[in-house]
Design a protein around this ligand. Structure first.
Ligand code: HAM
Length: 443
């Protein structure tokens, strides 16, 4: 039975009491991305396994250890997406979007799946907000996606995310670097974990982000990529920094950042925080100029990032950052009899058509129990219908905040109610409320 009533390890529910926060965060992020010209793309939650093998990379932890892969009933190997970039690139190719004016800029919110050891900030099902920009190889494009991430963090008032950047060069300059790494790690072969021993010949760069404690210690003293990048890549990286400087974005160059996915070239970056424990990277991204071609498309520069939404929410909580409250229910129409409840149903339909959030009794409860429920639900106004009210065509709307009652004609109920609620709102409005309500309106 326990299996029936417990979510799978590393997954979680977002309950109705909290889901408005996710909705607010996701829609705000998409909206801010829209200000930078990014439009939402939605891709399937699963793809052919080969897509991730080729893009994320055969020697990465994600592909070697963490993918949810299964054969479907048609015998195809399918994988639940471990990240959002590969699907966006696949869609870019499948729909010939490279024929559209460049750059093409996409944003997304997506669930992702990685079979990792669950801990705070590390889940097996998690969610990413991400952006991908195709067809822009200039350093200004790297700076622009970084500026977008920063803009989002600033909007939410997060002040302790630190930007770290690096360049991991192009495939050409990386050849020399791979050789230097091979030489360095070969001397410590006996101490490396089994997976990293396998990586030594195929892709020694992957040893740099191995999560095993011994490999991490060895990797800390490994040669640094910045000492090996070619003149073009160095100039590109210097220009990215120039753009960040003029945009007033603070950063540290961290030569140890290599990222855990194989498709990156040149700029890589992470936003890290000291507020949420060991899983401190809230956002990661970079340039991946070779991926579109690698998957069979035309040579297309690209860059982007993804924010882990669960880590982002942990950070909001850790910093005591409050989100606008959920919009309350405007009106509860209580009824004293079956007949009155029929009228309540009719009036509820009328007001809902005008966008008013309205509830009426669907349980067959006593008036007292209805009012108790309305109170608990936090409705703004209540109205009680009995035979008297229906006969006279007039009822009393009660403002729950101050207990005042206003008569309302049941004829043209929706418009009359809106007038009353606007009057009440104006009465209680202070300049501060104005700002809060405006933000609430974004909800
Ligand atoms: P990533 O660094 O693998 O990059 O993931 C991005 C973010 O997703 C991380 O910084 C973290 O916040 C969150 N994340 C990753 N794994 C987990 C997990 N197991 N549990 C909770 N959160 C997690 C990418 O996925 C790239 N596709 C980003 C990108 C887009 N690069 C270019 N475009």
């Amino acid at each position: 039975m326990a299996l029936l009533t417990k979510a799978v390890r590393g997954t979680g529910d977002v309950l109705p009491a909290n889901s408005y926060k996710n909705r607010f965060i996701e829609s705000t992020m998409l909206e801010i991305a829209g200000n930078f010209g990014f439009k939402e793309i939605r891709t399937p939650v699963f793809e052919h396994t080969e897509l991730f093998n080729r893009s994320v990379g055969e020697t990465t932890d994600v592909v070697q250890k963490e993918m949810y892969t299964f054969d479907d009933n048609g015998g195809r190997s399918i994988t639940l997406k471990p990240e959002g970039t590969a699907g966006a690139v696949r869609a870019f190719l499948e729909h010939g979007l490279y024929n559209e004016p460049m750059p093409q800029k996409y944003s997304y919110v997506t669930p992702c799946y990685r079979y990792e050891k669950p801990q705070a900030g590390r889940l097996r099902e998690f969610h990413q907000f991400g952006v991908e920009c195709f067809g822009a190889d200039a350093p200004s494009a790297d700076a622009e996606v970084i500026a977008l991430a920063k803009n989002i963090f600033d909007f939410f008032g997060i002040d302790d995310l630190h930007l770290e950047i690096n360049s991991i060069g192009c495939p050409e300059c990386r050849k020399n670097y791979q050789n230097a790494l091979k030489a360095y790690f070969s001397e410590k072969k006996g101490e490396l974990c089994e997976t990293c021993n396998g990586r030594l010949d195929r892709n020694p760069m992957r040893i740099l982000d191995c999560k095993s404690p011994i490999c991490s210690v060895i990797a800390a003293d490994a040669p640094k990529i910045l000492d090996y990048i070619c003149d073009d890549c160095a100039a590109h990286f210097a220009k990215v920094q120039k753009y960040l400087d003029v945009m007033g974005i603070e950063y540290t160059v961290n030569p140890s950042i290599v990222r855990g996915l194989d498709y990156y070239t040149r700029t890589v970056f992470e936003f890290v925080t000291g507020s949420i424990g060991a899983q401190s990277t809230v956002c990661g991204g970079g340039r991946y100029d070779g991926l579109v071609e690698e998957l069979g498309g035309p040579k297309t520069a690209a860059c982007g990032f993804a924010v882990g939404l669960e880590r982002f929410m942990m950070l909001l909580e850790a910093r005591n950052i409050e989100l606008p409250a959920e919009n309350p229910v405007d009106l509860y129409i209580a009824s004293m009899s079956d007949d009155a409840n029929l009228v309540a149903a009719k009036l509820a339909s009328e007001v809902r058509e005008t966008g008013v959030a309205c509830l009426f009794d669907t349980v067959g409860r006593s008036l007292k129990a209805q009012m108790k429920y309305a109170n608990k639900t936090g409705v703004l106004f209540t109205v009680v219908l009995g035979s008297d009210e229906i006969e006279k065509g007039v009822a009393k709307v009660k403002c729950m905040a101050d207990g005042t009652e206003t008569e309302i004609e049941l004829e043209d109920f929706a418009n009359n109610f809106i007038k009353i609620s606007i009057d009440k709102a104006m009465e209680s409005l202070t300049p501060d409320d104005g700002a809060v309500n405006f933000l609430g309106g974004l909800n």
